[in-house]
Ligand binder design. Structure first.
Ligand code: HXC
Length: 525
């Protein structure tokens, strides 16, 4: 029996051409370059989007866009899509707009047309009020396009700025990100890096060597560990691409779609009324002894789940997202186990940016205070602890989201004010019975107040010191002086912290507070 094939109709031929062009575009720079990408332990742009977005949800735009450059033989090199995959999809059913640079096409370098594609999804994300996620893997400005590529970057930066505070913007660095290209991630809300395969720097090791004589590797100059622990440029660092993508999905789960909406509620089996007896034992009798604030956070949030932001940077303060009673909250907590939880330049910057993000996106703030003060010394003063500390003060003072604060132990001096005190429009301020709210700790205070007496009679100095210290502690090393004046709304039993905070947040749900009309503020930068 012979099979007779009918000739293809004109429409079938057209559809076949579409299928072919799609298949070719999906190959990016071709099989060989895909293999090279895999050999580096990296996924391709499409593979990354396939894992990031819900299965089958990706709608791709501009698959057939080609660059228009004719210099340096570029007219002979065309790849459909031009090195970036753009579109929209969903994460846990919620829309997000995405772009993923494709390193297999001209090293993911940014052409004018690539910039146009990215700008298109940025505009669409802003119009639709949906988060934007950029997966960066690029050799920077496409050298053959010169100033056109630079113009493209500027177009992207301007959109990052206009979208800031309107839709969440997240950057994942999945490969190189060098030169001025680093400024788009820096303008977004969160930057994530992948260990060993991603790096960010303004100028690479070769230029550094020729300008300063310093010999440094890419990893040492701008790898994930550097930006997570030293510079604070990266908010998250993942061991590999799968972990990176899982973190992006988790992060989106805590965020609203835009500044006019609320983060999605996440039902929990964890009872709101859960009491944690162990919390009554957390604070050591010795005020100079540390304890781990992570334990406190873990026992008050839903199911003990906490997505920490900037985990390795300025570890004396902890910031991150959790759910309480099913609702997203931003947690800010001093960490007594690191530098006694003191506020320094980096801790202030870290917490200020986080507080401002939460405020911009309607995420209530829960602040856990145990702070001995600001770090002193020339290093901090020369580095402008004054201006940097003021950032956190400013951030809390301007925030209009519900603010619930619990003082666990120390809350001294300027740091007391900065950490969401009542007069910075804190809504509900609780304290544990172990709280000490004062200008400074007992020992420091006695040394200042009784310096002359202690010096005048060295034989009795020890006795006088002990006597005055006891007097000071009775007066100030407790929460009651503050509670008597209404600076603290209630002194609560530590074991009840979870339900007291959740109840406070419930009562604050309808909160609406405005700032005076202005063009914009002048945050101490
Ligand atoms: C054009 C580029 C390119 C670029 C890489 N390619 N970067 N093409 N413009 N910026 C091409 C390569 O020629 C190569 O093409 C392919 O991409 C893969 O690159 P490789 O070098 O083979 O890959 P690898 O060894 O992994 O090295 C990656 C790299 C290196 C470290 C990124 O390519 C590199 O140093 N590129 C230049 C980086 C740079 O200086 N960019 C400008 C930064 S300044 P073939 O066809 O051979 O496979 C900047 C200003 C922005 O971006 C300012 C904004 C305000």
């Amino acid at each position: 029996m012979t099979t007779v094939f009918a000739p293809m109709s004109l429409q079938e031929k057209k559809i076949e051409r579409l299928v072919e062009r799609r298949a070719s575009a999906r190959l990016g720079g071709g099989e060989k370059r895909i293999e090279a990408q895999h050999a580096k332990g990296k996924l391709t742009a499409r593979e990354r989007l396939g894992k990031l977005l819900d299965a089958g949800s990706f709608e791709e735009f501009d698959m057939f866009v080609r660059h228009r450059c004719t210099d340096f033989g570029m007219d002979a090199q065309h790849f459909d899509g031009d090195g970036v995959v753009t579109g929209c999809g969903t994460i846990d059913g919620r829309p997000v707009y995405v772009f993923a640079q494709d390193f297999t096409v001209s090293g993911g370098s940014l052409s004018k047309t690539m910039a146009e594609k990215i700008c298109k999804v940025m505009d669409m994300a802003l119009r639709a009020g949906a988060p934007l996620i950029g997966l960066n893997d690029s050799g920077g400005a496409r050298i053959q396009e010169g100033v056109d590529a630079l113009a493209g970057y500027a177009e992207i930066f301007e959109r990052n700025i206009l979208s800031s505070g309107v839709i969440p913007q997240i950057s994942a660095i999945m490969g190189p990100c060098a030169g001025g290209a680093v400024y788009s991630p820096a303008l977004t809300d969160f930057t994530l890096m992948v260990k060993d395969t991603s790096y960010m720097f303004l100028t690479g090791p070769q230029v550094v060597k020729s300008v300063t004589g310093e010999t440094v590797t890419q990893e040492e100059l701008g790898g994930a560990s550097v930006h997570s622990a030293k510079s604070g440029v990266a908010h998250f660092s993942a061991a590999n691409e799968d972990e990176a993508i899982a973190t992006l999905r988790e992060l989106i789960g805590y965020l609203p779609q835009n500044n006019l909406s609320e983060a999605p509620a996440v039902p929990t089996e964890d009872p709101v009324s859960r009491v944690e007896d162990a919390l009554n034992e957390v604070i050591p009798d010795n005020p100079n002894k540390a304890y781990d604030m992570y334990g406190v956070i873990g026992s008050i949030v839903d199911d003990g789940k906490f997505l920490e932001v900037q985990r390795q940077f300025a570890r004396n303060i902890i910031v991150g997202f959790a759910h309480m009673g099913g609702r997203s909250v931003g947690i800010v907590a001093n960490q007594p186990a690191v530098l006694a939880g003191v506020l320094d330049i980096n801790a202030s910057r870290k917490a200020a940016r986080f507080v401002r993000f939460c405020d911009a996106f309607n995420i209530p703030l829960v602040t856990l205070v145990d702070v001995p003060g600001f770090l002193c010394g020339t290093q901090q003063e020369y580095g402008a602890i004054i201006t940097n500390g003021a950032k956190l003060l400013y951030a809390y003072g301007e925030a209009t989201v519900p603010k619930v604060t619990v003082t666990l132990r120390k809350s001294y001096g300027g740091a007391h004010i900065v950490m969401s005190c009542k007069q910075l429009r804190g809504d509900i301020n609780y304290a544990w019975p172990s709280a000490q709210i004062a200008v400074m700790g007992a020992e420091g205070a006695i040394n200042v107040l009784y310096a002359k007496e202690l010096k005048a009679d060295p034989a009795r100095a020890e006795e006088v010191f002990a006597e005055k210290k006891t007097e000071y502690e009775e007066l100030f090393s407790n929460p009651y002086r503050a509670a008597e004046r209404g600076y603290i709304d209630d002194v609560i039993e530590p074991r009840n912290t979870r339900f007291r905070v959740i109840r406070a947040l419930e009562f604050l749900q309808g909160k609406h507070q405005e700032l005076p009309a202005k063009k914009h503020d002048n945050l101490p930068l």
